[in-house]
Design a protein around this ligand. Structure first.
Ligand SMILES: NC(=O)c1ccc[n+]([C@@H]2O[C@H](COP(=O)([O-])OP(=O)(O)OC[C@H]3O[C@@H](n4cnc5c(N)ncnc54)[C@H](O)[C@@H]3O)[C@@H](O)[C@H]2O)c1
Length: 302
């Protein structure tokens, strides 16, 4: 029986990496957060603190644990520091196959031979990464959703030779940090949730791109019909429009279908530096987007 996972390296201190690091630390793990960007790691100190306050507000972490949770997260720009004593690595760098393969190649050289390496990719199957390492039995997809503490489930998916022991160890670890593991039973680009969410995203963007409806009306119709607090375009602003584009590119590259290419309305936003909440402007302006106003659902389109 393998040793329980105690030491976790999270690679990429962006939107997801910070949340994953916090969830692991709140669950008692010792975490090392790595990013190649010093700026990202500096921002991460603020992000960790803000996300943790939200976790506490949502009663997903105890206020008297605040400092000890933060103390369990180290941050470094040196990959080897994060990798050398890791039992589990969770990679959360940008959605780019070549970048992820390079990260896994380096991790494979630096991590202990027993370490398990997981990717939080939104769409890339681990089997497309495994040839960059010499440990295919110890690799898997571990796809979290945001915000991690409020939606505590993770989709686990095998590569071509992931061992049962690897899956069991990660299932047990996820349960221990309060995240429900869901096993994807066949290799699937986008796993379970993102396959369904991707269909919604793609059509919402196309409806706007084809001039059929405004951003606001697409979100309004969705919010009223599905009784949700936000629509798909607002959700894309939160995810990051560059992240949405990168995911669409994975589907497009796999299918070759022109209708899978990221639509112009998305590419134009990105070209103008409008990436969503993180830049203060995406489909909506932040910090007080129109979709949060009390009369948003009853407003008529111009
Ligand atoms: N944003 C979401 O809602 C969401 C949800 C689930 C999964 N994901 C997936 O998680 C991953 C990260 O997404 P994100 O939204 O956190 O992106 P992000 O852009 O917020 O963060 C990515 C971070 O990775 C760092 N980075 C880039 N190359 C690196 C390298 N070689 N080594 C170390 N760090 C590197 C960047 O500096 C950046 O800080 C992607 O694969 C994405 O598809 C995103």
């Amino acid at each position: 029986m393998a040793q329980p996972i105690r030491s976790i390296a999270v690679i990429g201190s962006g939107y997801m990496g910070n949340q994953i690091a916090l969830q692991c630390a709140a669950g008692g793990g010792s975490v090392c957060l790595h990013d190649t960007s010093e700026v990202a790691l500096e921002n991460s100190a603020v992000c960790l603190s803000e996300f943790l306050d939200r976790m506490i507000d949502d009663r997903c972490a105890a206020v008297d644990q605040r400092q000890s949770i933060l103390d369990r997260i180290r941050r470094t720009t040196v990959l080897a520091e994060a990798a050398t004593d890791a039992d589990l690595v969770i990679e959360a760098v940008r959605e780019d196959l070549a970048v992820k393969r390079e990260v896994f190649h380096e991790l494979d050289k630096l991590c202990p031979p027993d370490a398990i390496l997981a990717t939080n990719s939104s769409s890339i199957r681990i089997s497309r990464i495994e040839s960059a390492t010499k440990r295919p039995g110890k690799l898997l997809n571990a796809h979290f959703v945001q915000p991690v503490w409020k939606h505590p489930f993770v989709e686990l998916m095998r590569g071509s030779s992931t061992s049962d022991e690897t899956i069991l160890a990660v299932q047990s670890f996820m349960t221990s940090i309060g995240v429900a593991p869901v096993l994807v039973r066949k290799q699937s680009t986008g796993f379970i949730f993102n396959r369904i969410w991707r269909a919604v995203k793609k059509e919402a963007l196309r409806v706007v791109d084809q001039g059929i409806a405004t951003v606001e009306d697409v979100d309004r119709t969705w919010m009223i019909q599905m009784e949700t607090p936000m629509g798909p375009l607002a959700m894309m602003d939160i995810i990051g429009l560059d992240v949405v584009r990168d995911i669409e590119l994975v589907y497009h590259e796999e299918s070759g279908d022109p209708s899978d290419a990221p639509p112009r309305v998305l590419l134009d936003k990105i070209a103008n530096g409008q990436l969503g909440v993180k830049t203060g402007q995406g489909f909506y302006a932040y910090p007080n987007p129109a979709w949060q106003s009390p009369d948003f659902l009853s407003q008529a389109s111009p």
